[in-house]
Ligand binder design. Structure first.
Ligand SMILES: [Zn+2]
Length: 234
């Protein structure tokens, strides 16, 4: 008998064999504020994909969602090394009718896609197969009265970002609490049919709830039969 050589797992992010195999945090460590007893979630990643992620961009975005990030970020922006980051951060803001808004631009969107790639792998476990980043469509959800509006990311900073509405059953599903939790993140999946799967991600803290500062994203991933790659190990 010939012993079958054990293949390394597929990288969650690029779909190639993860050589060297590393473990990546779908919820980046940069976003772990405060203490938590939650079990650490990790997914297989190749070394380059794991190292490539510049999570400071995401962290700066989270400043409107969690004040625990303030001190470190303000210190960073004041530092000469943080000047470029501060310019990038400033360019994602726009004033509209006397209020300032922070937009999830292309750079931040790419980070959210990466998060959803990791969350999807974690939730699907051995049923997981690789779908490239281009297959992930993220919508920002805003509750409006009793319904929801969705806007496809990335948003145009200060531009017109047309919204779409949802069928009653989707509106109802969006109101359901998400079943999974990691620190201040909630996540879940809503649909799994021939069109694909829909995942949800929320980050909402009491301190900002009254300002309407909340992260509520859903992500649609098509069923890709073509180029389906099975996870050899998770
Ligand atoms: Zn990779």
């Amino acid at each position: 008998m010939v012993k079958k050589a054990k293949l390394p797992p597929i990288c969650t992010y690029c779909g190639k064999f993860a050589r060297p195999m590393t473990r990546d945090d779908p919820f980046p460590k940069a976003l772990w504020a405060g203490k938590s007893a939650d079990r650490v979630i990790r997914v297989p990643s190749c070394g380059p994909c794991n190292r490539r992620s510049n999570e400071s961009i995401l962290k700066h975005f989270f400043v409107v969602l969690d004040s625990r990030f303030y001190p470190e970020i303000i210190r960073h922006f004041k530092d000469p090394d943080g000047r470029k980051d501060f310019q990038d951060f400033s360019s994602a803001w726009k004033e509209k009718n006397g209020k300032w808004y922070l937009y999830a631009d292309a750079e931040v969107t790419a980070k959210f896609v990466k998060m959803f790639m990791g969350i999807r792998r974690h939730l699907l476990r051995e049923k997981w197969y690789y779908v490239p980043a281009e297959g992930f469509t993220i919508l920002k959800i805003d509750p409006v009265d009793d319904l929801h509006e969705g806007r496809v990311l990335p948003l145009r900073v200060g531009g017109r970002n047309p919204s779409r509405t949802f069928e009653p059953d989707i509106n109802a599903a969006l109101k359901e609490p998400m079943r999974h939790k990691f620190r201040d993140f909630r996540y879940d999946w809503f649909a799994d049919d021939d069109d694909g799967m829909v995942f949800g991600l929320k980050y909402e803290r009491e301190e900002f709830a009254h300002l309407g500062n909340r992260l509520f994203l859903i992500c649609a991933v098509p069923k890709s039969v073509q180029g389906k790659v099975a996870a050899s190990e998770t």
